[in-house]
Design a protein around this ligand. Structure first.
Ligand SMILES: C[S@+](CC[C@H](N)C(=O)[O-])C[C@H]1O[C@@H](n2cnc3c(N)ncnc32)[C@H](O)[C@@H]1O
Length: 341
């Protein structure tokens, strides 16, 4: 842990692969646990809990989460982890399974303690150079951007795609991703993510209790939840609802408190339901500042209405930035703070 405090802001990497696995259809899910642990060792985190369903496997990590689909891997890590060190080994493992990397997306907010980050996370420039050096050369359609650059909530985005991904039918993918980063959590609410000294509970049982008492269970009652409470504080959970994941991570310590929520949805889903989820999440933490970043197939404006959902909760939209990324779609980053700020 950094001397200054725990870095809650996650780095998030999504790798998409092409190629068939007609025998089992399991693709990357065939990657054995020992190999996964080795990759995570390079990143400097470990698995603390795991659960899978018909569609994907989910792992709660000592520093956030990992999701493995047959043709996609999403890793999100916080603290001083070296997430990008997973790129090479994951691409190499995939090759042994007959899969080829066709898309890469890396996103993160602005670190609270940037000076504590190890290489290659020392700056966004270093991260981009590292990615360019470690991604296969056929991913030649690249773009890097720092969005909302005037706000304290800068949103860093890097994408790379191959020719096939560039010409894939954009309408075939109806999924969007929402990443919410919250800071300066309400102190009373943040206390719920602390454990009592010697509570006699396991990380799993304490996690289950936090999921219930904080209202996280109510965000999506259909989800199968894999949760974990750290000692003396901190919380992580992965939700599995069919082929869709959601994830919550909490660093409740005063002075650098942080919580994140991420989920996927379909552009054809009921928007009101999505806004309801946003409101539930904000009410669980009542942060003084938050950002909502949506990544969505171009032409579907999922970001519209986000401010309408969040402003009635006493927050004001301070900045909004949008940008297009090849084969990825439209990314919109919106930053809010409480009205009193
Ligand atoms: C891993 S969790 C959640 C991470 C997530 N990115 C976030 O900050 O919301 C981090 C919280 O757990 C606490 N924690 C306690 N033991 C930990 C451990 N062994 N590894 C990582 N975090 C631990 C940290 O102090 C912090 O409050």
């Amino acid at each position: 842990m950094a001397v200054s405090g725990f870095e809650g802001f996650e780095k998030r990497l999504e790798l998409t692969f092409s190629g068939d696995d007609p025998a089992s259809g399991k693709g990357l899910r065939r990657l054995d646990f020992f190999s996964l642990e080795k990759v995570l060792h390079a990143v400097q985190c470990t698995v603390v809990s795991a659960v899978g369903n018909r569609y994907f496997d989910s792992y709660v990590l000592s520093e956030s989460s990992l999701f493995v689909y047959p043709n996609k891997i999403i890793i999100k890590t916080c603290g001083t982890t070296q997430l990008l060190k997973s790129v090479r080994p994951l691409v190499d493992h995939a090759i042994t399974m007959g899969l080829t990397l066709c898309g890469c997306r890396y996103t993160r907010g602005s670190f609270i303690f940037p000076q504590a980050q190890p290489y290659p996370h020392t700056s966004f420039k270093d991260e981009v150079v590292y990615l360019e050096e470690n991604l296969p050369k056929h991913l030649s359609f690249k773009k890097a951007s720092v969005m909302n650059s005037k706000s304290c909530y800068k949103w860093h985005v890097f994408t790379a795609s191959d020719e096939e991904d560039m010409h894939a039918d954009a309408d075939a993918d109806d999924l969007y991703t929402v990443e919410i980063c919250m800071t300066e959590l309400d102190r009373v609410l943040a206390k719920k993510f602390f454990r009592r000294f010697n509570d006699g509970k396991t990380g799993d049982s304490a996690g289950k209790e936090m999921t219930e008492i904080t209202g996280i269970r109510d965000v999506n009652r259909n989800a199968l939840i894999c949760d974990y409470a750290f000692d003396p504080c901190g919380y992580s959970m992965n939700g599995l609802d069919g082929n869709r994941y959601s994830t919550v991570h909490v660093t409740p310590e005063d002075g650098f408190s942080y919580a994140s929520f991420e989920c996927v949805g379909s552009v054809y889903d009921d928007r009101e339901e999505f806004f309801g989820v946003l409101q539930k999440v904000v009410k669980i933490f009542r942060p003084a500042a938050l950002s909502v970043s949506t990544t969505c197939p171009t032409g579907h404006e999922i970001w519209r209405g986000v401010a309408k959902a969040i402003e009635p909760l006493g927050m004001r939209l301070r900045s909004r930035a949008a940008d297009e990324f090849p084969a990825t779609g439209t990314v919109v980053s919106q930053a809010f703070t409480t009205r009193r700020k």
